[in-house]
Design a protein around this ligand. Sequence first.
Ligand code: ADP
Ligand code: ADP
Length: 225
Amino acid sequence: DAVLTLKGIEKTYNIGKPNAVQVLHGVDLTLQRGEIVGLIAPSGSGKSTLLHIAGLLDRFDAGEMMISGQPVAGLKDRARTQVRRDRVGFVYQFHHLLPEFSALENIVLPQRAAGVSDAAAKARALDLLSSVGLAARASHRPAELSGGEAQRVAVCRALANAPDLLLADEPTGNLDPGTSDQVFDMLMALVRDTGLSALIATHNIELAHRMDRVMRLDAGRIVPA
Ligand code: ADP
Ligand code: ADP
């Protein structure tokens, strides 16, 4: 029961031009339901490119990709947006919360975009905030939260629409080691609880080895770490 399947994925920027650069040379990767995979990828290796392709934010040139068994290559923009919104959650190194909205509202907004009623969206947002120990921070704006708290809210936002797949790019890379550990533990617990699959890019080898499996992006391909 694969949530994400990548087969022979290739990606070249500026394809056909003199400054073309091939970043992915045939990426093969399958994430089974509930599996948490660590991705070790040196800077410049194509990590962001890979995560953007996996999250349907960018297109690939060759290969096959499936989300929960559904091929995505032929989808038009509207359908891609829908798959992304309903099935994929993103966490970045920086929280990217909307500064003028409260923690609660930041978790409500993606649900509203998916057509969830306001009352249901608020209830779910509060549940998520409670699960990361932040119920008391619901009405705080991002500037009123610590770095670790803001990142916990960002994780809640990523899970707001109950995705099948969580894609995280250095989710604790901007935090001090103690806070990083805390946020990581919370992220792992939430992912385990909800049974979703996660691909988590990190430079932190110790954190990576707490996941189910660790892979490395090397010369445009995925190899065991
Ligand atoms: P990472 O996230 O591992 O640092 P990226 O996926 O951002 O790597 O980039 C991998 C390579 O692709 C780099 O050499 C980068 O310069 C190049 N690249 C990334 N985005 C573009 C783009 N939009 N146009 C051209 N080259 C790009
Ligand atoms: P860029 O693609 O040049 O980095 P964007 O404004 O497109 O800038 O996006 C800013 C960041 O937000 C990027 O990291 C991008 O991958 C991410 N992003 C864009 N659209 C979405 C989306 N619908 N869901 C999640 N992340 C997104």
